[in-house]
Ligand binder design. Structure first.
Ligand code: ADP
Ligand code: MG
Length: 223
Protein backbone atom coordinates (compact mmCIF):
# COMPACT_ATOMS: atom_id res chain seq x y z
CA UNK A 1 0.00 0.00 0.00
CA UNK A 2 1.29 3.46 -0.91
CA UNK A 3 1.73 5.97 1.92
CA UNK A 4 -0.29 8.69 0.17
CA UNK A 5 -2.29 7.93 -2.94
CA UNK A 6 -4.18 10.58 -4.88
CA UNK A 7 -6.56 9.12 -7.43
CA UNK A 8 -8.42 11.09 -10.13
CA UNK A 9 -8.71 13.98 -7.71
CA UNK A 10 -10.94 16.91 -8.61
CA UNK A 11 -11.49 19.75 -6.14
CA UNK A 12 -13.97 22.60 -6.56
CA UNK A 13 -14.69 25.88 -4.83
CA UNK A 14 -18.07 27.55 -4.75
CA UNK A 15 -17.73 31.00 -6.26
CA UNK A 16 -20.27 33.76 -6.62
CA UNK A 17 -20.46 35.30 -10.10
CA UNK A 18 -21.40 38.88 -11.08
CA UNK A 19 -25.10 37.98 -11.00
CA UNK A 20 -24.76 36.78 -7.44
CA UNK A 21 -25.22 33.15 -8.46
CA UNK A 22 -23.13 30.49 -6.82
CA UNK A 23 -21.46 27.89 -8.97
CA UNK A 24 -18.65 25.39 -8.58
CA UNK A 25 -15.29 26.11 -10.16
CA UNK A 26 -12.60 23.46 -10.54
CA UNK A 27 -9.29 24.21 -8.80
CA UNK A 28 -7.82 20.73 -9.33
CA UNK A 29 -8.74 18.38 -12.10
CA UNK A 30 -7.94 14.70 -12.38
CA UNK A 31 -4.75 14.75 -10.32
CA UNK A 32 -3.00 11.41 -9.81
CA UNK A 33 0.00 11.03 -7.54
CA UNK A 34 1.67 8.47 -5.29
CA UNK A 35 3.94 9.53 -2.44
CA UNK A 36 5.97 6.95 -0.56
CA UNK A 37 7.32 7.18 2.99
CA UNK A 38 10.55 9.13 3.13
CA UNK A 39 9.98 10.88 -0.19
CA UNK A 40 10.98 14.51 -0.59
CA UNK A 41 8.93 16.05 -3.35
CA UNK A 42 8.46 19.65 -4.31
CA UNK A 43 5.59 21.33 -6.11
CA UNK A 44 6.03 24.39 -8.29
CA UNK A 45 3.66 26.35 -10.51
CA UNK A 46 2.23 29.79 -11.11
CA UNK A 47 -0.05 31.58 -8.69
CA UNK A 48 -3.50 30.06 -8.87
CA UNK A 49 -2.33 26.77 -10.41
CA UNK A 50 -3.72 24.76 -7.48
CA UNK A 51 -0.70 24.11 -5.24
CA UNK A 52 -2.31 25.23 -1.97
CA UNK A 53 -5.52 23.43 -2.86
CA UNK A 54 -3.52 20.24 -3.35
CA UNK A 55 -1.76 20.74 0.00
CA UNK A 56 -5.02 21.29 1.88
CA UNK A 57 -6.61 18.28 0.22
CA UNK A 58 -3.84 15.93 1.34
CA UNK A 59 -4.62 16.33 5.04
CA UNK A 60 -8.35 16.67 4.63
CA UNK A 61 -8.84 20.42 5.14
CA UNK A 62 -10.54 20.28 1.73
CA UNK A 63 -12.49 17.29 0.47
CA UNK A 64 -12.55 15.97 -3.08
CA UNK A 65 -15.44 16.79 -5.41
CA UNK A 66 -14.55 13.52 -7.08
CA UNK A 67 -11.73 11.01 -6.86
CA UNK A 68 -9.98 10.45 -3.55
CA UNK A 69 -6.97 10.96 -1.32
CA UNK A 70 -5.82 7.96 0.69
CA UNK A 71 -3.34 8.23 3.56
CA UNK A 72 -2.22 4.75 4.54
CA UNK A 73 -5.40 3.53 2.91
CA UNK A 74 -7.65 5.93 4.85
CA UNK A 75 -9.81 8.19 2.71
CA UNK A 76 -10.01 11.88 3.62
CA UNK A 77 -13.72 11.57 2.76
CA UNK A 78 -14.15 9.26 5.76
CA UNK A 79 -14.84 11.74 8.54
CA UNK A 80 -14.08 9.19 11.26
CA UNK A 81 -10.47 8.98 10.00
CA UNK A 82 -9.72 12.70 9.72
CA UNK A 83 -8.13 12.83 13.16
CA UNK A 84 -5.76 9.98 12.37
CA UNK A 85 -4.95 11.42 8.94
CA UNK A 86 -4.06 14.81 10.47
CA UNK A 87 -1.85 13.13 13.05
CA UNK A 88 0.11 11.57 10.16
CA UNK A 89 0.18 14.57 7.82
CA UNK A 90 0.93 17.97 9.36
CA UNK A 91 0.96 21.30 7.57
CA UNK A 92 3.09 24.42 7.76
CA UNK A 93 1.77 27.50 5.99
CA UNK A 94 3.31 30.61 4.51
CA UNK A 95 2.50 33.15 7.19
CA UNK A 96 3.84 32.27 10.65
CA UNK A 97 1.65 34.94 12.28
CA UNK A 98 -1.47 33.03 11.26
CA UNK A 99 -0.17 29.81 12.83
CA UNK A 100 0.84 31.01 16.26
CA UNK A 101 -1.93 30.63 18.82
CA UNK A 102 -0.24 31.14 22.21
CA UNK A 103 1.56 33.93 23.98
CA UNK A 104 4.44 31.68 25.05
CA UNK A 105 6.58 29.76 22.58
CA UNK A 106 6.49 26.39 24.38
CA UNK A 107 2.70 26.56 24.83
CA UNK A 108 2.36 27.16 21.15
CA UNK A 109 4.43 24.10 20.27
CA UNK A 110 2.40 22.04 22.78
CA UNK A 111 -0.91 23.02 21.16
CA UNK A 112 -0.84 20.31 18.44
CA UNK A 113 0.06 17.34 20.66
CA UNK A 114 -2.41 18.56 23.31
CA UNK A 115 -5.16 18.41 20.71
CA UNK A 116 -4.07 14.88 19.85
CA UNK A 117 -4.53 13.89 23.49
CA UNK A 118 -0.86 13.15 24.18
CA UNK A 119 -0.12 12.71 27.96
CA UNK A 120 1.42 15.84 29.53
CA UNK A 121 4.75 14.23 30.49
CA UNK A 122 5.20 13.07 26.93
CA UNK A 123 4.20 16.54 25.64
CA UNK A 124 6.98 18.15 27.73
CA UNK A 125 9.57 15.90 26.07
CA UNK A 126 8.14 16.38 22.60
CA UNK A 127 8.09 20.16 22.95
CA UNK A 128 11.70 20.28 24.19
CA UNK A 129 12.90 17.95 21.43
CA UNK A 130 10.98 19.83 18.73
CA UNK A 131 12.32 23.22 19.89
CA UNK A 132 15.87 21.86 19.95
CA UNK A 133 15.50 20.46 16.43
CA UNK A 134 14.63 23.90 15.05
CA UNK A 135 17.29 25.59 17.20
CA UNK A 136 14.74 27.58 19.23
CA UNK A 137 14.98 25.88 22.63
CA UNK A 138 16.50 28.93 24.31
CA UNK A 139 13.43 30.95 23.32
CA UNK A 140 10.95 28.52 24.90
CA UNK A 141 9.60 30.93 27.52
CA UNK A 142 9.56 33.96 25.22
CA UNK A 143 6.54 35.62 23.67
CA UNK A 144 6.44 34.61 19.98
CA UNK A 145 5.44 38.11 18.89
CA UNK A 146 8.89 39.48 19.70
CA UNK A 147 10.59 36.99 17.39
CA UNK A 148 11.67 37.52 13.78
CA UNK A 149 9.61 36.06 10.91
CA UNK A 150 12.10 33.25 10.44
CA UNK A 151 12.11 32.42 14.17
CA UNK A 152 8.31 32.39 14.21
CA UNK A 153 8.24 30.05 11.24
CA UNK A 154 10.65 27.73 13.09
CA UNK A 155 8.21 27.74 16.03
CA UNK A 156 5.41 26.78 13.63
CA UNK A 157 7.62 23.97 12.29
CA UNK A 158 8.36 22.82 15.86
CA UNK A 159 4.60 22.69 16.42
CA UNK A 160 4.27 20.35 13.45
CA UNK A 161 7.24 18.21 14.56
CA UNK A 162 5.81 17.86 18.09
CA UNK A 163 2.78 16.11 16.62
CA UNK A 164 5.23 13.44 15.40
CA UNK A 165 3.64 13.17 11.97
CA UNK A 166 5.02 10.96 9.21
CA UNK A 167 4.73 13.72 6.65
CA UNK A 168 4.87 17.50 6.72
CA UNK A 169 3.39 19.55 3.89
CA UNK A 170 5.09 22.95 3.66
CA UNK A 171 3.10 25.52 1.67
CA UNK A 172 5.61 28.23 0.65
CA UNK A 173 7.16 28.26 4.14
CA UNK A 174 9.91 30.70 3.20
CA UNK A 175 7.89 33.16 1.12
CA UNK A 176 7.81 35.82 3.84
CA UNK A 177 11.36 35.32 5.15
CA UNK A 178 14.66 37.03 4.50
CA UNK A 179 17.48 35.00 2.84
CA UNK A 180 18.95 33.96 6.19
CA UNK A 181 15.59 32.83 7.51
CA UNK A 182 14.93 30.94 4.28
CA UNK A 183 18.24 29.11 4.43
CA UNK A 184 17.61 28.06 8.01
CA UNK A 185 14.14 26.71 7.21
CA UNK A 186 15.53 24.80 4.21
CA UNK A 187 18.23 23.26 6.43
CA UNK A 188 15.56 22.10 8.87
CA UNK A 189 13.47 20.59 6.06
CA UNK A 190 16.48 18.71 4.67
CA UNK A 191 17.44 17.42 8.12
CA UNK A 192 13.88 16.23 8.77
CA UNK A 193 13.89 14.35 5.48
CA UNK A 194 17.31 12.81 6.22
CA UNK A 195 15.79 11.44 9.44
CA UNK A 196 12.96 9.81 7.47
CA UNK A 197 10.21 12.44 7.44
CA UNK A 198 8.21 12.54 4.21
CA UNK A 199 8.31 16.08 2.84
CA UNK A 200 6.05 17.86 0.39
CA UNK A 201 7.46 21.31 -0.27
CA UNK A 202 5.56 23.93 -2.23
CA UNK A 203 7.89 26.72 -3.22
CA UNK A 204 8.23 29.37 -5.84
CA UNK A 205 11.98 29.50 -5.32
CA UNK A 206 13.47 27.15 -7.91
CA UNK A 207 16.66 26.63 -5.92
CA UNK A 208 14.57 25.39 -2.98
CA UNK A 209 12.39 23.13 -5.13
CA UNK A 210 15.55 21.65 -6.63
CA UNK A 211 16.55 20.25 -3.21
CA UNK A 212 13.79 17.64 -3.56
CA UNK A 213 14.19 14.23 -5.18
CA UNK A 214 11.27 14.91 -7.47
CA UNK A 215 9.73 18.17 -8.72
CA UNK A 216 6.06 18.29 -9.70
CA UNK A 217 4.74 21.11 -11.82
CA UNK A 218 1.15 22.29 -11.55
CA UNK A 219 -0.60 24.20 -14.27
CA UNK A 220 -4.27 25.26 -14.28
CA UNK A 221 -5.24 22.63 -11.73
CA UNK A 222 -3.41 19.82 -13.48
CA UNK A 223 -0.22 18.05 -12.53
P1 ADP B 1 -1.77 28.32 -5.73
O1 ADP B 1 -1.53 27.88 -4.32
O2 ADP B 1 -1.03 27.51 -6.76
O3 ADP B 1 -1.56 29.78 -5.91
P2 ADP B 1 -4.59 27.84 -5.13
O4 ADP B 1 -4.71 26.40 -4.83
O5 ADP B 1 -4.57 28.79 -4.02
O6 ADP B 1 -3.32 28.05 -6.09
O7 ADP B 1 -5.77 28.27 -6.10
C1 ADP B 1 -6.19 27.46 -7.21
C2 ADP B 1 -7.44 28.08 -7.84
O8 ADP B 1 -8.52 28.03 -6.91
C3 ADP B 1 -7.30 29.54 -8.22
O9 ADP B 1 -8.02 29.78 -9.39
C4 ADP B 1 -7.92 30.28 -7.04
O10 ADP B 1 -8.46 31.50 -7.44
C5 ADP B 1 -9.01 29.32 -6.63
N1 ADP B 1 -9.28 29.39 -5.17
C6 ADP B 1 -8.41 29.17 -4.16
N2 ADP B 1 -8.97 29.31 -2.96
C7 ADP B 1 -10.27 29.63 -3.20
C8 ADP B 1 -11.40 29.92 -2.37
N3 ADP B 1 -11.29 29.87 -1.04
N4 ADP B 1 -12.57 30.21 -2.99
C9 ADP B 1 -12.67 30.25 -4.33
N5 ADP B 1 -11.67 29.99 -5.17
C10 ADP B 1 -10.48 29.69 -4.63
MG1 MG C 1 -0.70 28.87 -2.71
Amino acid sequence: MAFIEIKNLTVEYNVTDEKGEIHAEEALSDVNLVIEKGDFISVVGRNGSGKSTLAKTINGILTPASGEVLVEGMSTKDFSKIYEIRSKVAMVFQNPDNQIVSTIVEDDVAFGPENLGVPSKEIRKRVDDALKSVDMYEFRTNGPHHLSGGQKQRIAIAGAIAMMPECIVFDEPTAMLDPKGRAKVMDIIKTLNAKGMTIILISHFMEEAAEADKILVMEKGKL
